[in-house]
Design a protein around this ligand. Structure first.
Ligand SMILES: NC(=O)c1ccc[n+]([C@@H]2O[C@H](COP(=O)([O-])OP(=O)(O)OC[C@H]3O[C@@H](n4cnc5c(N)ncnc54)[C@H](OP(=O)(O)O)[C@@H]3O)[C@@H](O)[C@H]2O)c1
Length: 258
């Protein structure tokens, strides 16, 4: 399998590094206009190029990890070389319908919404496609299952997936940062506070994923009646913890939808 990633920025590089680590059989090319900052990827066996069409004819899957306003130009540039090849687009807000306007009806198209944890095999990559391209989409699903989970969703939820699964990385990191700041206030040096906060979040997420239960069931196991956890939790809720998160997620969604 050969994967050609166009857009060697934050997401493109994270995916390239993820495939390189967890799908070593996949041959990778990654492109951007200014290649200097990603030339180190050559040392990992990833071909870096400033030419979007470099060896694209031998690719099986083309991944688009460029900004929305760059998509039309890039697609027009590569279109003469990608007949019949699967194009998987991670471009936020770019619908299959708009992609089809650029490529025509016969190009196999898949929408993906990964996050930068793909680099560590831990992305939640939501995937949507038209039924007629199921075979090609299955290939993309298999690929992204190597760097995390790859749930198939209805395309109309793609913007919501962008917020929950991609922007969500930033929300989770901000939670960790706040915990770290509190950890310093209650006595830890910053590195120790960060290590404890990060591992605690990882552990909480791991329990949820492995036990497949509602978060409150696990919270019940941590909250002793009249104990220190419940008073802290309730204080956070009085200050709008859940409410501010929900409002923030809805605000991000409004921004995507324009
Ligand atoms: N970052 C995330 O966590 C994340 C998660 C999910 C989805 N996304 C989506 O993924 C896309 C990329 O996001 P990002 O955060 O990775 O942005 P980014 O860091 O700005 O990366 C975009 C890359 O595209 C390259 N580029 C621009 N024009 C190009 C062209 N004509 N040909 C080839 N490469 C070109 C840019 O490099 P040069 O200027 O050197 O060409 C840049 O490295 C966006 O649509 C975003 O919404 C991002």
């Amino acid at each position: 399998m050969k994967v050609h990633i166009i857009g060697g920025g934050n997401l493109g590089v994270a995916i390239a590094l993820g495939f390189s680590a967890f799908a070593p059989d996949v041959k990778l090319t990654i492109t951007r206009r200014n290649t200097k900052s990603i030339e180190y990827l050559n040392d990992k066996g990833i071909t870096v190029s400033g030419d979007n069409c470099h060896d694209i004819a031998s690719a099986d899957v083309i991944l688009l990890t460029i900004k929305p306003y760059q998509a039309e130009t890039v697609i027009c540039e590569i279109l003469p070389h990608i007949s019949g090849k699967t194009v998987a687009s991670a471009v936020s807000g770019l619908t299959l319908e708009t992609l089809r306007e650029f490529t025509g009806d016969h190009q196999p198209l898949v929408r993906i919404m990964p996050n930068i944890a793909a680099q560590f095999g831990a992305s939640a990559t939501c995937i949507a496609f038209d039924a007629k391209f199921k075979t090609q989409a299955d290939e993309v699903i298999n690929l992204f299952q190597k760097v995390g989970t790859a749930p198939v969703i209805d395309e109309k939820l793609m913007d919501a997936a962008t917020v929950l699964g991609a922007c969500g990385t930033a929300y989770a990191l901000r939670y960790i940062r706040a915990s770290m700041q509190a950890g310093i206030e209650i006595g830890f040096d910053s590195q120790t506070a960060l290590a404890i906060a990060s591992q605690t979040v990882k552990g909480a997420a791991q329990m949820l994923l492995e036990e497949n239960v509602h978060p409150e069931q696990l919270i019940d196991r941590v909250t002793t009646p009249q104990g220190c956890t419940i008073v802290g939790l309730n204080e956070m809720e009085h200050e709008g913890f859940s409410s501010s998160l929900i409002k923030g997620i809805k605000t991000s969604l409004q921004k995507i939808k324009g």
